[in-house]
Design a protein around this ligand. Structure first.
Ligand code: PAF
Length: 256
C-alpha cells in the first residue's frame, strides 16, 4: 500500500472510499467491496472541519493514525491518501448546499453538517476523479444527499456492519463507557422489534441511558414522513448515550 499526500499521485479510474479515519471493520467492508470495482482501491483520511458544528466536537473526534494505516493495508487499500487542509480547501473553493433535506433530521440537530459533508465529498471527487465511490448505509441521509452531487461518479451503497448485539459500527462507539456500550444495543432492538413509530419510540425510551433525538418512519427518497401508501419506508433513529451521538436506520417494507 502506498501512503500519499497529494492527489496527483493517485491512479485514475479507481474505486474510492472517503473516510475521516478511526477505521474499523465497517470501513474494511467498504474496502472489500471496492476491490470488486477496480484494482486500484483509494481511501482518504481527512477529518473535515466543515462538517462539525463546534470546535469541541471536532477536537473530540477520535484519531488513530497508526491503527488506520495497519487496517487499510490489511484490507486491500492500494493507495491511502492523507490530504492536507490546503489541498482540500484552497482559497476560493466552492461550497455546496444540501438544500431542504440537509435541514431536517441529522441536519436539524447539526446545522450546516450536510453542507460541509457535500462540500468535502465534491472536492474529494474532483481531486480523485474516481470511477466509483463506496458509502455505508448507516449514514443514510448522508448517502442519499451525496447521490445528488455525485455527477459522473457511481455511488455504491454498502450494508451496515454490526456488532454481535446489533449495534452499528461507528468511529464514535469507542467513546462510550462500558455501561453505555451495553445500553446502545437498544437502537438495534428498537429497529428490529417495532412495527410502528410508537413502538419504536417506546423501546428507545425504555432505556434510561438513551436520550432520544428522533425516531421516525420516513419515505426513503423524499425524507417526508411515511404515509400508508409510501413504497419505501425507512425507520431512522438518533440519540445520545454518554453524550455520544448515535444514529441508525432500517428499511421497514411498506409498514408506515
Ligand atoms: O462518513 C464520513 O466518514 C464522512 O462524512 C465523509 C463522507 C468521509 C466526509 O467527510
Amino acid at each position: 500500500m502506498k501512503v500519499v499526500t497529494n492527489a496527483s499521485e493517485l491512479p485514475s479510474a479507481c474505486a474510492f472510499i472517503p473516510t475521516m479515519g478511526a477505521l474499523h471493520a465497517g470501513h474494511s467492508s467498504l474496502f472489500a467491496i471496492a476491490k470488486k470495482y477496480s484494482e486500484h482501491v483509494v481511501a482518504s483520511i481527512f477529518v473535515n472541519p466543515l462538517q462539525f458544528e463546534s470546535e469541541e466536537d471536532l477536537a473530540k473526534y477520535p484519531r488513530t493514525p497508526d491503527i488506520d494505516i495497519d487496517i487499510a493495508a490489511a484490507s486491500g487499500v492500494t493507495h491511502l491518501w492523507l490530504p492536507t487542509q490546503s489541498e482540500i480547501y484552497p482559497e476560493g473553493f466552492t461550497k455546496q448546499s444540501a438544500g431542504p433535506i440537509g435541514d431536517i433530521y441529522e441536519g436539524k440537530s447539526r446545522p450546516g453538517h450536510f453542507d460541509g459533508v457535500l462540500t468535502v465529498v465534491r472536492r474529494l471527487f474532483d481531486l480523485v476523479n474516481p470511477k466509483v465511490a463506496i458509502f455505508g448505509e448507516k449514514d443514510f441521509q448522508q448517502l442519499q444527499l451525496i447521490k445528488t452531487i455525485a455527477g459522473e461518479v457511481e455511488i455504491i451503497t454498502a450494508p451496515t456492519i454490526r456488532d454481535s448485539d446489533g449495534l452499528a459500527l461507528s468511529s464514535r462507539n469507542i467513546r462510550l463507557t462500558a455501561d453505555g456500550r451495553v445500553a446502545a444495543s437498544v437502537m438495534h432492538r428498537a429497529l428490529t422489534q417495532s412495527t410502528t413509530e410508537d413502538e419504536l419510540r417506546a423501546i428507545l425510551q425504555s432505556e434510561t441511558a438513551f436520550t432520544l433525538d428522533y425516531a421516525d418512519f420516513i419515505d426513503e427518497m423524499t425524507f417526508n414522513h411515511a404515509q400508508l401508501d409510501t413504497q419505501h419506508v425507512r425507520a431512522i433513529v438518533a440519540g445520545w448515550i454518554n453524550g455520544v451521538r448515535l444514529i441508525d436506520n432500517m428499511p421497514m417494507g411498506n409498514r408506515a
